[in-house]
Design a binder for this molecule. Structure first.
Ligand SMILES: CC1=C(CCC(=O)O)c2cc3nc(cc4[nH]c(cc5[nH]c(cc1n2)c(C)c5CCC(=O)O)c(CCC(=O)O)c4C)C(CCC(=O)O)=C3C
Ligand SMILES: [Fe+2]
Length: 370
């Protein structure tokens, strides 16, 4: 096929995600997988278990990843990119090791990995790289030759990620009462992480917050452009866990709603810019908990959509695959990025987003695998 996109040297794309329970009996074992060795207080686990039971023990994240994998296959097929799409999770079925085993049995030697986390941080990047190293070790122990895995660069500033979020904000503004629409504040929401891991995130530190601020600035400017209204915005945090003595990024979204109300803001749009799909952290922490807080305050609020399986996001992934494949072949492709930070690094340098306890991590300069 002459107009086919060249995926060489890659043989497969692996969608790597968090995973979530798909029934009440999955909830406890899932939470045990997530929190193994991470020092989460027991009460917090029981609390988070209740979030899942409230939705029948089903997180929507797996269905969302199935839809994203389908959207990628459709987009790739429509553009002549012949690259099989596999899917595996860190914390639930289908597990990463099983997905990688399928990839190897298909004969793939070089695999590109897309994680469902757009930003740099230990939880959003290195921890997935550690999971890859563990799975490669497991395959080796089974006598299989581990493939070489590379991770796609962070896509928080790719237009195919930001444009659908902007559209979601415009739609959410449209759901607010007209009288408060122009005065609405924008609250960009992401997962809180310990301040210590925020400080050491990315190749030079501070990447987690800097990348979110860059994304938020682009979206706020695009919303201003589209509506002719300059709305105040702020980056806020949600889903804090861990021990209360350890400092995590603040302010919490619910505290921010109180501040907004106290300062006379007429309305707010909550924008889950830190997440790729409307999974449990969005459905519970924003749609349930933060919405209840807004209601209690009498603050009109709307929550905007995440990118999910938007065709523009699928197209962005195709662009990123094409870009990386060309780079690996020694070409110098165009690297698309909005905002001020520029396209992110392709290969995490040694020590990027360090863990508290060092562990082998694949798909980076410090990978023990080729
Ligand atoms: C940065 C980040 C992302 C975004 C990047 C990415 O997407 O990867 C993310 C995503 C997610 N986090 C999720 C769920 C959970 N995260 C937890 C705990 C933690 N998350 C952390 C950070 C992040 N988390 C951290 C620093 C902890 C503390 C413990 C530790 O250091 O590991 C816990 C334990 C209980 C608790 O909340 O305390 C649960 C259940 C789900 C699944 C939702 C679903 O089921 O639909 C998703 C997509
Ligand atoms: Fe999390």
């Amino acid at each position: 096929m002459s107009d086919a996109l060249d995926a060489r040297p890659y043989d497969a794309l692996l969608l790597l995600s968090f995973g979530g329970p798909e029934g009440p009996e999955d909830v406890v074992p899932f939470l045990e997988n997530v929190t193994r060795g991470r020092g989460i207080p027991r009460e917090r686990l029981e609390e988070v278990g209740r979030h899942y039971y409230r939705f029948g023990g089903v997180s929507p994240i797996n269905a969302q990843n199935r839809a994203l994998a389908e959207a990628l296959r459709k987009d790739f097929a429509a553009h002549g990119l012949r690259l099989p799409v596999h899917w595996g999770n860190r914390n639930w079925e289908p597990y990463l090791t099983d997905a990688l085993r399928d990839v190897v049995r298909d004969g793939a030697r070089r695999v590109l990995v897309l994680t469902t986390s757009a930003y740099a941080s230990y939880s959003g990047c290195r921890q997935y790289r550690e999971n890859l190293a563990e799975s490669l070790a497991a395959l080796e122990a089974e006598g299989l030759a581990p493939p070489r895995v590379d991770k796609l660069r962070h896509y928080f500033n790719h237009p195919g990620f930001l444009d659908p979020v902007t559209d979601g904000v415009l739609a959410a503004l449209g759901r607010l009462p007209e009288a408060v629409r122009d005065g609405a504040h924008l609250a960009f929401c992401t997962h809180s992480i310990p301040t210590a891991s925020a400080e050491t995130s990315g190749p030079d530190g501070g990447a987690y917050v800097a990348q979110h601020l860059d994304a938020a600035r682009v979206i706020a400017a695009a919303v201003r452009e589209a509506t002719g209204v300059d709305r105040p915005w702020r980056l806020v945090y949600q889903s804090r866990s861990g021990s209360p003595q350890v400092p995590w990024l603040e302010p919490d979204v619910c505290d921010h709603l109180e501040d907004l109300h106290g300062s006379g803001a007429p309305a707010v749009v909550m924008i889950p810019v830190g997440f790729v799909s409307d999974h449990m952290e969005v459905l519970y922490d924003l749609d349930t908990e933060a919405m209840a807080k807004a209601e209690e305050l009498g603050l009109p609020a709307a929550r905007s959509a995440t990118v999910g399986d938007d065709p523009r996001f699928a197209a962005a992934v195709r662009e990123l695959v094409r870009e990386r494949a060309a780079t690996e072949r020694g070409e110098r492709p165009r690297r698309c990025a909005l905002g001020t930070l520029g396209p992110s690094h392709d290969v995490c340098p040694a020590g990027c987003c360090p863990a508290r306890t060092p562990k082998p991590a694949a798909a980076g300069a410090d990978s023990p695998y080729a």
